[in-house]
Write a protein that binds this ligand. Sequence first.
Ligand code: HPA
Ligand code: ZN
Length: 358
Amino acid sequence: QTPDPLILALPKVELHLHIEGILSPALKWKFATCNNIQLRHPSTNRVFASLSEYSDSHDPMKFHSKTSGSGDTMNNSEETLSFFEAYYGGFEVLKTKQDYYDLGMHYFHRAAEMNVRYCELFFDPQGHTKTGVSWEIMMGGFREAQEEAERELNVRSSWIMCFLRDSPPEEAMAHYLAALPYRDMIVGIGLDSYEVDRPPSLFAEVFARARADGFKITAHCDVGSCYPLSHIHSVVTELGMDRLDHGLNAAASPETIASIKARGGDAGAEFGLTICPWSYIRHQPLDDVFRHIRTLFDAGIKMAISCDDPAFMEDTWIVENLFVVKRYCGFTDEEMVRLARDAVGICWAPGDVKEGIL
Ligand code: HPA
Ligand code: ZN
């Protein structure tokens, strides 16, 4: 918890939170029990243990890719899980409209406590349809939570539907078309999951279609030496996306910084990055992470500090992420206020909602 009164008081917008990333072992257990589901990895401690084994490795490949357990004594249910296996495997506990409503409300209550006034929440429909959940159940539950949060908690929101980049582009297109009946809930289309050898340009067709239909578009460019700058270049320039998720690798390249700055003055919502420090310091040297954030900030690039997957990052939310940024980038109170304003500047809320936040 952060004791910083300014950080607690600032009105916030959260632009990089995966709703499934709040599925803590405790929450998973609750849903599994309600739905009579035998968890495939019943030892929730084991999930935590396998995640923390990676956290000190400073090696994102090791963090993201599968490594089998030590083999001899481990049976399947006790295997070491990669982040993505633990993450997507957890979706299996969500079955009913009530589950999706509860998941949404779990976040919205936390958001209200942290003075988050507006959020754009990622969700991965492919991970849910794979387990047999219908769009009506998923979107119906999300919609009820969204409406209640606005009415009762003064937290407004919209959704960013992400495609799984390690699944085929045709599957992304099919999910895009299936989502169109819910387009009033969805402000943008994103790209997430395992990035190695999966450049954003593979999905150019579906993103072009989404943009033509009036959606904002964005993509994850994860942080670490195994993720090439060409992915960032593609998002910022080639595909002309409206936002870059993570993209911190840009800070080491003056040309890439210049290309992001060249996008900064676009009409309407400004171009910016979503930055989730706790998610990087699990596998990147601390000094590099905060030096890079400072470099982007000093270059005038707009960022929204966010929390990514709190249940997988030691229960750290937007306030904890703002706190480490303030502390390790050495930001003054005035600079923290600029950060908060920049996040509002790059969000995709309607003008009157934006004006009401700060
Ligand atoms: N990177 C890519 N995909 C994700 C992440 C992430 O950090 N979190 C949830 N899906
Ligand atoms: Zn993410």
